[in-house]
Design a protein around this ligand. Sequence first.
Ligand code: SAH
Length: 345
Amino acid sequence: MVDYITEHNISDIGNIVVELGQSKFRAKQLIEWILIKGAESYDEMTNLPKAFRETLKSSYPLKQASIIERRISNDGTRKYVIELADGCLVETVGMPSLKGNDHLSVCFSTQVGCAMSCSFCATGKEGLSRNLSSIEMVEQIRIVQDDFGTRVSNVVSMGQGEPFQNYDAVLEALKFLNAKNSFGIGARHITLSTCGIITGINKLSSETEQFTLAVSLHSANQKLRDEIMPRCKSQTLTQLKKALLDYVRKTGRRPSLEYTMISGVNDRQSDLDELIGFTEGLLCHVNLIPLNDIPSSPFKPSSTKTYKHWIASLEKHGVETTVRNSRGSDIDGACGQLKNTLLQA
Ligand code: SAH
């Protein structure tokens, strides 16, 4: 099996360099070539000794991730299927600001596929193939940045995968993106979205960077949540609420609760009442997400009337609520949908 350099984490590069008989400082040069300059081959890395480049070529081949499919939405959103060195495919999305400023947000994947099997999610249907390395996560950001020719200002881990099942590599990637001498993306503009893995929430509260936490709640009713998010069963709502309260106490930061609204499933009055109950005493922000319609799925998005009622009721209870602007729905925008469309074609 080929041992591609990009399949390793940023923190492994130091050991690789030393193992190949070089001084540790070469790691920084190597990482800069791969992740910032986007070098396509070791030959370009002219500040590395030639013999070292040759050893790298044979021991740790370099094959940068590449775009194999790109769709551009009417609103400017670009959705990519990206092929990693070993041929695995992931999805990444670039969303330019609709306000005319130069903001560019990237939604990146943290795993190939996902093990969580959420019933409304296209990625959930494909299962988990493997974790991404921190290099493969940063590669996605660089690819989008190059494609738009604009600096990436925001990133969010809402592509494929459950970031807290790949905690160390994800945090490493985010710290790299945040570093002043690399991408310099502000920590508050970096959002970690999780289905609610408690250990991850606890660990995140001890990190020094002020990354933003988003929790995909989707139901505040234990029975319904177990049905639509079956692999989250072991992380009960009671435990989740406690972890969030601890997180707020420790960090002073306000997490978002993501709620994808599915008509007749989790958008009834009782669901709203339970969501309001969940937010009681918790500093949080609710982000209602219009369901992306997956053709083979029985789930349908909620009506505009329902949204309006939910926003008004949540705000009445003092919970700041937004509805996510549904971007790129004309280009198979739902998580995992474009990749699956391609694989089935
Ligand atoms: N595993 C992480 C991040 C990946 S999913 C998490 O659960 O947060 C990113 C977000 O997209 C989640 O909030 C997820 O619930 C949502 N999502 C998945 N499928 C969707 C669909 N068909 N329509 C709208 N949102 C969806």
